[in-house]
Design a protein around this ligand. Structure first.
Ligand code: GN1
Ligand code: MG
Length: 371
């Protein structure tokens, strides 16, 4: 079947009223394949987002969808109870398959799911102003607060040890030992950078084991481009990309956001002199995130914000470097040595967070307890 035929079958497998017109690929994200499906619904054009879940990354896509369906339904319920206007733009909504399940398996065994398209909205890869950073952070903080009372059993850990810095450290060591792509010679300084920081990878696990910080429902992928801004007003509408909602630590979500929004450099910036933490952006992120999370957050979690901002670029840099060593099997790459560039930029950022830690801690401390 050609690509068009395949996408038609995918489009028609979901409970979308109306007639399918065409689907076009959307090149976004490093993991899943995303398409925009155009429909004619009673004479009006409608769009839907269709995604093939990467089964190499998510070994049990059904469980991903169980998490995602529970969390989206819960968030929608929170908005309904609060009487929030424009709810269809302020929460993601799944379109079920024709059999009523949240996803559908095609003839090749691939798993697909469909979202309502949020019209008149877009995401950005880098922030431009502190106000924008604060708004995005507040949305992720609010998400934390919305899911903090998710009823029912613990969410599935759809990628084991996904946000576990110790496990990521060991994964990197393993990749270096295997040197599957014969690239170790090119990245000794980067490997040494990570190894020199082994002492910090256990910190949050230890705090949790000691009962000092709680396990929570986390978003798991709080990159700045996982926020939708309203094109007309510039307001934040909602956070997207819920594949990695999983049990974790709240401050991971903050750290991952700071990794992508406390700097104006891209995640894969090659000019490392540009990879710098900008204090005004960081402060805006901390204030916004704390405001969004509200009083759900405990002082011990708050005390780890700056540490998390230091840890996350290190952790994700280790994942990029491990993938470079393994031969680019996980993250989609757009150029040779793309993963190495990403790792270098993330390590440069981790180093800057390290240098600036004291100053940033003071900033967070000065925010007061109800910023
Ligand atoms: C991946 O595909 P995307 O861009 O949403 C990755 C995140 C990384 C991110 C780095 C499931 O997210 O964990 O932080 O790339 N997602 C998964 O850009 O591994
Ligand atoms: Mg993602």
């Amino acid at each position: 079947m050609d690509a068009n035929g395949r996408q038609r079958a995918v489009a028609e497998a979901f409970a979308i009223p109306g007639r399918w017109i065409a689907s076009e690929p959307l090149r976004t994200g490093w993991i899943n394949e995303t398409w925009i499906a155009h429909f004619d619904v009673a004479g009006r054009p409608r769009r839907y987002v269709q995604q093939r879940i990467n089964a190499h990354v998510f070994r049990e896509p059904w469980r991903v969808m169980e998490n995602v369906a529970r969390v989206t339904a819960h968030v929608l319920g929170v908005l309904e109870r609060a009487g929030t206007p424009e709810r269809d733009r302020r929460a993601l909504r799944l379109v079920p398959a024709r059999d009523g399940t949240p996803c559908w398996m095609d003839a090749a065994g691939e798993i697909w799911r469909t979202w309502h398209y949020v019209e008149g909205a877009s995401s950005r890869d880098v922030v431009t102003t502190p106000a924008e950073a604060a708004a995005a952070a507040e949305a992720f903080g609010r998400f934390q607060s919305q899911v903090s009372d998710l009823p029912g059993p613990r969410l599935h850990e759809t990628i084991p040890h996904f946000q576990d810095a110790r496990a990521r450290f060991e994964q990197l060591r393993e990749a270096a030992r295997g040197d599957a792509a014969g690239r170790l010679g090119d990245c000794r300084p980067e490997l040494a950078f990570a190894e020199a920081r082994e002492a910090i990878v256990d910190r949050l696990n230890q705090l949790a084991a000691a009962g000092r910080i709680p396990e929570r429902v986390t978003h798991g992928d709080t990159k700045i481009n996982n926020v939708l801004f309203d094109d007309a007003t510039g307001d934040v509408l909602c956070v997207i990309d819920l594949d990695t909602v999983m049990p974790g630590f709240a401050v991971y979500d903050f750290g991952d956001l700071a990794r992508t929004a406390a700097t104006r450099a891209a995640e894969d910036e090659r000019d490392l002199s540009r990879v710098q933490v900008e204090t005004d952006l960081f402060e805006a992120l901390a204030a916004g995130w704390l405001r969004g999370a509200g009083d759900r957050l405990q002082p011990a979690e708050r005390a780890e914000l700056v540490f998390a901002a230091r840890l996350l670029p290190l952790m994700i840099g280790m994942r990029f470097l491990a993938d470079h060593l393994a031969g680019d099997r996980y993250f989609r790459c757009d150029r040779p040595a793309h993963n190495l560039d990403r790792a270098r930029a993330q390590f440069a950022l981790a180093a800057d967070f390290e240098r600036r830690g004291g100053e940033l801690d003071e900033r967070v401390g000065a925010l007061g307890s109800h910023s």
